[in-house]
Design a protein around this ligand. Sequence first.
Ligand code: UDX
Length: 436
Amino acid sequence: MTVVGCGYLGAVHAACMASVGHQVVGIDVDGPKIESLQAGKAPFFEPGFEQVLQEALATGRLTFTTDMASASGNTVHFVCVGTPQRAGENAADMTYVNAAVGALAPKLSPGDLVVGKSTVPVGTAARLAAIVAEHEPTAMLAWNPEFLREGFAVEDTLTPDRLVYGLPPTPAAAATAKAMLDEVYAIPLSQDTPLVTTDYATAELVKVAANSFLATKISFINAMAEVCEATGADVVQLADAIGHDARIGRRFLNAGLGFGGGCLPKDIRAFMARAGELGADQALAFLREIDSINIRRRVRMVDLAREVCGGSIVGRRIAVLGAAFKPNSDDIRDSPALDVAAQLQVQGATVTVTDPEALTNARRVWPGLNYADTALEAATDADLVLVLTEWDQYRSLDPGDLATVVAGKRMLDGRNALDPVRWRNAGWTYRALGRP
Ligand code: UDX
């Protein structure tokens, strides 16, 4: 098989597919990335990935190249390229998907299957199927959305919680495409992974609907946090209590700085943009509010920092623990933590950021911030410490240890990750979003 696009999604997919026995060629236009992957070195931090990559390379079933000609002779071709937000617009940038399919289509042989995995605006699969058919009338296209979470990418790829196939409209092509995908996913299917077979549009929508629901869940609890702040109630206890209702569930109800990353923010925006094009914008008007609630948390965090510093952060030294958009990742795309760090700095504070994995990426994008390798180093002489990404090492920080280096014992917990009683008992001013 071919895997076009070797980012978080494609590289993990390629290595995992080779690890379960398939012959895989990973293709990307990024030369240094391909060299790194071919050398068994992960170009990004993803727990467990490098080991799977090295083991798969050692079997001889996995290779990486920048040459699309290597797709010739393969039978299943995955499209895993990115669909970032278009600059200055809500819509998704389809440049990479269009380029990938445009380059792949002339390499197809009769009976090949192109499988889209990228998150795309609904209607894309039908459009791409026409391009595929133009080049190779007997080739087929299926849409097979991917639900992997960064930090759990290997696990989510090898043991997905469900598989979704968006199949071609003709019954014969649908049956052939399904049989080919069943062979690709023989192992998870043998483990009773639920499978939903459907049409292109539904498969495309499954992905954005899932991410919209998750974003809504997070913004719902963050809206409750705003109300808690106005009343003196505790959003963590509120989430625990409503989470006991199995219909609601406790997962994705962690109030705090809100969602960031390369998926949720841009996916809900692209979904709104697409709904607008389809004349269904009213249906998704609520997502605008979900987005606003999310962004308001970042603003509130900066305000809270000012409040705790006695009304002004000008000239204050502030330590920010966490740069990645979430723990166990080095991804800083739309990172709430870095957004807050940059705002604090712009508003006059001297900000030092630390993160176990994301500093190289952070330095590249925000060269104006100060960086330190450890939490203790970042917190040295700080008037205020903020935990903005809930890495385990920050959760388990000892208030006594940290107290020995700071200038002022003020802790803002942007992820509700610390135990308020423990920090207050150690003499710290502890504040968090949505808690008294
Ligand atoms: C998400 C989806 O979970 C995944 O299924 C999809 O394929 C891609 O997008 P990911 O972006 O890796 O995955 O991160 P996720 O774990 O969903 O977290 C997204 C953001 O929400 C993070 O910034 C996280 O800190 C935040 N979050 C998550 C909360 O603020 N509260 C929560 O309760 C959960």
